[in-house]
Each structure stands twice: as C-alpha cells, then as structure tokens.
Design a protein around this ligand. Structure first.
Ligand code: HEM
Length: 408
C-alpha cells in the first residue's frame, strides 16, 4: 500500500462540527481506515479502527467493556458517552457490561421475540398506508416528517400497547427526549425540553406498568413484566429503562435508515426502476441501504486489560472507536464500495454491530424498512426527489436527514 501523504482528518473533523464531514463522512473515513489498522486520535484520546475484519473481530470480542465509567477519565468514551447516562441511576443495558448486560439482555429477548415482531407485519403495512393517506393529494412534501419520523414510533407504541388516545403525547415525549438526549450540540432549551419529556415518559410508563401488574394485557409491556430467565425477572424500574432504550435505540435509527436509503435510491432513478421491475430485490436493497449509509457510523469499546486490538497494544481503560462507516466501505471486502447498487451480491455489513451486543431490534428495523419501501413505491408510482440542499442532523456517531422533500 502507498504511504498516505497527508494525515487523515481526526478529532472534531470527524464530527458534525465539520461541514465536509457532514456532506460526505465516508470519504474522510476512507482516509482514516487506509492510514492504519488503529489510528490514534489525540483530541479524544481514542484509537479509531476502520477495517472490516478488525471492527468485526473487536465487536465479537466478549472481553471488552462498554460502561463509560470504566474508560480513561479524559477519553472519548468517558466524555461523550457520559452524556447519554445519568449518574443518579443505573445506565441502560447499552452501557452495561456482564453480568448486568447478560441478565437484562437475556430477559428482554424473552419478550421482544422474532415472533412478537412478525405478528406486527399486517399492522405495520396498515400504519404505512395510513401515514401515506394523510398526504394524499399533495404533489410535494417532506418525507421525513410525513413518513420516516412517525412510522417507527407508531409501530413500537402499538407493540408496547400504548392507548391510541395517548399516542400523540407518547410520540412527542419520544421525539423530544431522544432528539436532545443524543445530541451534544443541542442548545439549553432543547435539552430542557428533553428532560421534561423523559420525565413525562417515565411517569406514563410507571402508570402503564402498574395497570398491567393489576390486569395483564397482550402487549410488549406485559411481556416484559412476565419475562423470566432462570428465575430472574425485571423489576419495574428496569422495564421503564428497557422501554426507554427500545425507543431511544430504535426509532431514530429506523427513521434514518429509511430517510438515507430513500435519498440514495431517488438520486439514482435507474435503481428505483430496478426495484419496481423486481420487487423481490427490496430485501437486498435494504441491506445495501444499511451498508452504504447506515444510521450508525461509530460505536465504541473499552479495553479491559493490556492487550492488542487491531494489531495495536492497548492499556486497560483505553477507548476504541469502531468506525462502522469505514468498515462498510472497506475495499478489502466490498467491490466498488462507493457505488450504491441494489443488486449487489453477498452484502456483508456491520450496520447492526455484532457479537453479544448485536442490535436487538434488527429484525424489526428490517421488517419496517421493507414494508415501508414497498408501500411507498406502490402508492407513489412517480416518487422522485427534486434538487435540494440536504441538511443533516448533528448527532455525532449517527447519520440522518432533517428533511427530504419529495414529489409524487
Ligand atoms: C436501522 C435501524 C437500526 C440500526 C442501524 C441499529 C444499530 C445498532 C447498533 C450498531 C447496535 C450495537 C451497538 C454496539 O455494539 O455498541 C445496536 C444495539 C441495539 N439496538 Fe439497534 N439499531 C437499529 C434499530 C433498532 C430497533 C428498531 C431497536 C428496538 C426497537 C433497537 C434496539 C437496540 C438495542 C436494545 C441495542 C443494544 C443491544 C445490547 O446492548 O445488547 N435497534 N443497534
């Protein structure tokens, strides 16, 4: 390999603070990946790993930690991830290590099962159609606002068993709570709104839990309360935290998968035509959407002891950033990685992470994306995207559009 002449962009340059990164993170991430297997990012005290094989191996390494309290004091994991946790209570499973992670994950998988997701199939199609009915007659609209944003929130609200009369409040708490919760660039007002929204959501969930303890229903909240794994059960606060995690981890990501994916598809009308001619390729197209511009660009791990990761010696507490957005463009695995191709064969990507923390919601996200795309293509035979300046969200580590104007 030829020696890189200029050093790759690191630090804040690999964040939404850099307009060049906002426009095209994947080219900047190519430079990082090709610089070396583990590239040190001085500003954030972290190594960035971007080659597919290395990222996959680290995701599969069962010894590594994620709890930010175990990271070097001034490191990326400690600083950035601390924002997503609150010192006054136990973090969600997303930031816990074994044995706590194993216990909580073991329980949630008893309730949030592939069967419970598959049971929603018919209703997911109805929800997609109901959202499209609302924009009937309009020749142009914001697809994010009309479809991609509300769609996953309504699906999960119905799975949880949220009363239809409460759905508008539920959606507002979810949107406001998540919007600022994950965004360090959020202003004071947005953060305050997020805090209030989270408190209201938790109050609502505590009431819903008490009601189901008194009178069980056929819904996900009841299933979580009854989930049993080797004599273990969730307590009420753990159910509140788990539901908040499902909403936080699941809604924005699914919204962004659809938004980014449709943007990429509509920018290449020949690709849209391929799907119209071969609807059976839609599931493959979703995998290409996940690879090409998945909603999660980075995740992280913390070294537990002195060991080599990606060929580099690490010390205990060292933050390691896994650049999913670099791995999914690794030319060692993907032919012509910057080409968006719905017919690409054997698509392998790390958009849902891997190993013991592999995305719990992947089957739901895939099902929603598949039904969403099918429904949009069927209901809008002339769906297209006019010229527009794309505005990206400012949440580090995530990739999603604020707005996507379409014409029908
Ligand atoms: C396209 C949509 C989605 C993407 C790209 C995505 C991506 C990811 C990734 C990369 C991870 C692993 C993080 C890590 O290892 O550090 C993860 C974990 C997780 N995801 Fe998703 N996700 C999506 C949708 C969902 C949905 C719909 C749900 C639930 C309703 C969900 C729930 C979770 C949970 C609970 C975890 C934590 C798993 C654990 O710690 O064991 N995700 N997701």
């Amino acid at each position: 390999m030829t020696q890189q002449q200029t050093p790759p962009t690191l630090g804040m340059g690999l964040s939404p603070a850099n307009p060049e990164y906002q426009k095209d993170p994947f080219t900047l991430l190519d430079d990082v990946r090709e610089q070396g297997r583990a590239v040190y990012d001085e500003l954030f005290g972290r190594y960035i790993v971007g080659r597919f094989e290395d990222v996959q191996q680290i995701l599969n390494d069962r010894d590594l930690n994620v709890d930010p309290r175990k990271a070097d004091e001034s490191s990326f994991m400690a600083n950035f991830r601390r924002r997503f946790t609150d010192d006054t209570r136990e973090p969600s499973m997303l930031f816990l290590d074994p044995p706590d992670h194993d216990r909580l994950r073991g329980l949630v998988t008893r309730a949030f099962t592939p069967r419970s997701i598959e049971q929603m199939r018919g209703r997911i199609g109805e929800i997609a159609n109901e959202l499209i009915d609302k924009v009937e007659g309009q020749s142009s609209f914001d697809l994010m606002k009309a479809f991609c944003q509300p769609y996953p929130t309504i699906v999960i609200a119905e799975m949880l068993g949220v009363d239809p009369n409460d759905q508008a409040d539920f959606k507002r708490w979810t949107d406001d709570g998540v919007a600022a919760g994950f965004d360090p660039f959020a202003g004071e007002e947005k953060q305050q709104r997020a805090k209030v929204a989270r408190e209201q959501l938790e109050t609502y969930l505590r009431k819903a839990i008490a009601e189901r303890r008194a009178e069980p229903k056929d819904d996900l909240i009841t299933a979580l309360l009854h989930a049993e794994d080797e004599g273990n059960f969730f307590n009420d606060e753990e159910v509140v935290s788990m539901v908040a995690l499902l909403l936080g981890a699941g809604n924005v990501t699914t919204t962004d998968l659809l938004g980014n994916g449709l943007k990429n598809l509509l920018q290449q009308p020949d690709q849209v035509q391929i799907l119209r001619d071969n609807p059976s390729l839609i599931t493959n197209a979703i995998e290409e959407m996940l690879r090409y511009e998945g909603p999660v660009t980075f995740t992280g791990r913390i070294a537990v002891d002195e060991r080599e990761l990606a060929g580099c010696p690490m010390h205990r507490g060292q933050s390691v950033t896994l650049a999913i957005g670099a791995a999914n463009y690794d030319p060692r695995l993907h032919k012509d990685p910057h080409k968006f191709d719905v017919t690409r064969e054997d698509i392998d990507h790390l958009a849902f992470g891997g190993g013991r923390r592999y995305c719990l919601g992947a089957p739901l996200a895939r099902l929603e994306a598949q039904i969403g795309l099918e429904t949009l293509l069927t209901r809008f035979p002339n769906l297209r995207m006019p010229e527009q300046e794309l505005v990206w969200k400012t949440v580090p580590g995530f990739r999603g559009l604020e707005k996507l104007i379409v014409e029908v």
